[in-house]
Design a protein around this ligand. Structure first.
Ligand code: FAD
Ligand code: DHB
Length: 389
């Protein structure tokens, strides 16, 4: 096989990049090591920045978002039962849209079906190489060895992908002494907009997927075993941590539960020779603030435009892609770290007096935000999404 851009990974980054390239008339093919069903079945992010929705609109891929997305004009923050609203629309004139990553994934797959795109699912032992004169991706398909030859290879293969090794980047990262236990429940959301809560027992959040499906999270220890969390224990923790006067959390059947580790990590470069990285392949954030999927969309928007410019004879945008994407990403990293630190209690490894200090300091920060318009405006600006350029 021969194409112009070989994309590794058919997650949101890979398939959106394909859609962007198709829109600009640049040939591409996608190689994914999982099955189509597996990729579609992963329950992950839920919030699209306005900037992300605008990218989908530009490509004519926003019908699903407009039909089924829930436009939110703000979020609720809460500390120890005291809830306050950050009104994005009033503060910065922008919104976010609650629309599950699974639906984004399904919409992108449908778009590629309609385009007749080449997407190799179930590819075995995917091995990309930059051979100087060209990029080559070797893989197996139904036991037969395959070679995809291209001018460029893009790693959109997530945090554990294989393309990163071609760039041999250094990595800057930090961990957190917390993880998120997330559930999907068949119950109408008990809130109009998302609630992020700090409680002495730990963080909790109320999100949603539709008018009849709620998505909820509680902070747990990083080494927590999911077996220790019965459905009753999860609802108890959510009731306690999200509780506020005159408000009740409706319970329902839990249909999915899993634990997600938290990490901040950024590679030193997203481009080298014929190889580029986009999305989780280059960086991950802790989930607080909902930036993972949105960062992937921002990266591929820049990279898609840069690859199209290159095809038209202008190399400059492609050569500056890594710097531009990382400049935006470090601003996003800082915000995700801020939101995570703001809303989580320190873990058991922290000495008691320091734990008390850090918790009180976080309360102070939340109380400051609740009374400060500039602080709320800053959160609103970042939560709804920085410009992509
Ligand atoms: P991915 O979605 O990881 O896609 C990468 C694709 O590459 C996958 O399809 C994978 O199968 C494929 N691949 C990997 N290795 C290879 C290989 N060797 N060869 C070929 N293909 C390969 N973000 C939020 O904002 N909020 C959340 O609540 C949230 N929850 C999350 C929960 C989990 C469990 C995880 C893992 C992530 C979560 N995220 C969340 C982050 C968000 O889902 C990601 O940022 C987003 O999926 C990034 O998209 P991507 O396309 O870059 O990577
Ligand atoms: C969701 C996840 C997040 O990380 C977040 O900050 C908000 C919402 C969600 O899954 O709905």
């Amino acid at each position: 096989h021969r194409t112009r851009v070989a994309i590794i990974g058919a997650g949101p980054a890979g398939l959106l990049l394909g859609a962007l390239l198709a829109d600009r008339g640049v040939p591409f093919a996608v190689v994914e090591h999982r099955s189509r069903e597996h990729v579609l079945g992963r329950v992950r992010a839920g919030v699209l920045e306005q900037s992300s929705v605008e990218v989908l609109e530009r490509l004519g891929l926003a019908d699903g978002v407009h039909a089924n997305g829930l436009v939110h004009g703000g979020v609720h923050l809460q500390h120890e039962g005291e809830r306050f609203h950050i009104d994005f629309e009033e503060l910065v004139g922008r919104t976010v849209t609650v629309y599950g990553q699974q639906r984004v994934q399904a919409d992108l797959m449908a778009a590629h079906d309609a385009l007749g795109s080449t997407v190799f699912y179930d590819a075995a032992d995917v091995a990309p190489a930059d051979e100087g004169g060209e990029a080559v991706v070797r893989f197996g398909l139904g036991g037969e060895p395959q070679e995809l030859h291209a001018d460029f290879v893009v790693g959109a293969d997530g945090f554990h992908g294989v393309t990163r090794s071609l760039l041999a980047p250094t990595v800057a990262e930090r961990g957190y002494d917390a993880a998120w236990l997330g559930i999907l429940a068949d119950v109408a959301p008990s809130t109009d907009e998302l609630i992020y809560a700090l409680h002495p027992d730990g963080f909790a959040m109320h999100s949603m997927r539709s008018p009849s499906v709620s998505r909820l999270y509680v902070q747990v220890a990083p080494d927590e075993r999911i077996e220790e969390w019965s459905d009753d224990r999860i609802w108890d923790a959510l009731d306690t941590r999200l509780g506020a006067p005159g408000w009740t959390l409706e319970h329902g059947a839990i249909t999915e539960k899993s634990i997600t580790q938290m990490r901040s990590s950024v590679v030193s470069s997203l481009g080298r020779g014929r190889a580029f990285l986009a999305g989780d392949a280059g960086h991950i954030v802790p989930p607080t603030g909902a930036k993972g999927l949105n960062s992937a969309i921002a990266d591929v928007t820049l990279l898609g435009d840069a690859l199209a410019a290159q095809a038209a004879g202008d190399e400059a945008p492609l050569r500056s892609y890594s710097d531009r994407a990382l400049d935006r990403q470090w601003k996003v990293q800082q915000f995700s770290e801020y939101m995570t630190d703001l809303l989580h209690v320190p873990g058991p490894a922290v000495p008691a007096d320091e734990r008390e200090f850090r918790y009180r300091s976080r309360l102070g920060r939340l109380r400051y935000v609740s009374g400060s318009r500039p602080a709320q405006q800053s959160i609103a600006e970042q939560y709804t999404g920085l410009a992509i350029r």
